[in-house]
Ligand binder design. Structure first.
Ligand code: NAG
Ligand code: NAG
Length: 185
């Protein structure tokens, strides 16, 4: 009886080998010519960023701070999390075009300067649903601060560029900041 099964064994092995061969032929990576992903256009975005820390409806909250922060002139070590509105005009009630979601952290021991880690999420017009990733240094007392745009999603896939921030208005700790963003995508 046992002999009847012998011819079946090689067949079983062949099936097994084929299965391995099939899964091995699935490429781990593929590379296509750069031409397919070359940036095609330069978009210039202009909007206002509202960082509201005080009042009834703050959009940025302090989540962590080391001991002694309150006596530090530069708030070194403070971590803020924000979901700040981005609007068309400087007035907070003007049309909202997106949100700045992320965090900023005081990371300079000698001057007031933040490391910014933000996703700018657009909710209006041709950029609705697309995001850009902004990461950089923001010495907020400087007239113009420049931060890199390091990527994006949606229409901003493969994005590269920079953002320029200028404080438009400061009311107590709440700031309205004008942004000009230039993006290759
Ligand atoms: C520091 O200031 C914050 C905000 O004003 C306050 O909530 C916190 O209790 C203060 N911390 C200390 C240790 O005084
Ligand atoms: C933006 O996209 C969302 C999701 O697709 C949609 O619900 C919303 O109506 C769009 N907003 C505008 C202003 O087009």
């Amino acid at each position: 009886m046992a002999k009847c099964f012998l011819p079946l064994i090689p067949l079983f092995l062949i099936v097994l080998l084929l299965a391995v061969a099939v899964s091995e032929s699935k490429a781990y990576s593929t590379t296509t010519p750069f031409e397919g992903h070359k940036p095609e256009k330069l978009s210039h975005l202009h909007f206002y960023f509202h960082d509201v820390i005080t009042g009834d409806k703050p959009t940025a909250i302090r989540v962590a701070a080391p001991p002694g922060t309150n006596s530090s002139a530069v708030s070194f070590g403070v971590v803020m999390i924000a979901d700040d509105p981005l609007t068309e005009g400087p007035d907070p009630s003007s049309k909202e075009v997106g949100r700045a979601q992320g965090m900023y952290v005081s990371t300079d021991m000698n001057m007031l300067s933040f490391t910014m880690v933000f996703n700018l999420v657009f909710t209006e017009g041709e950029f609705n649903g697309s995001t850009i990733a902004m990461y950089g240094r923001n010495p907020i007392m400087s007239k113009v601060r420049e931060m890199p745009i390091i990527g994006g999603t949606g229409v901003f896939r493969f994005a590269r560029g920079y953002a320029q921030a200028r404080t438009y208005k400061l009311v107590g700790l709440n700031a309205v900041v004008e942004y000009n963003v230039f993006i290759w995508h």
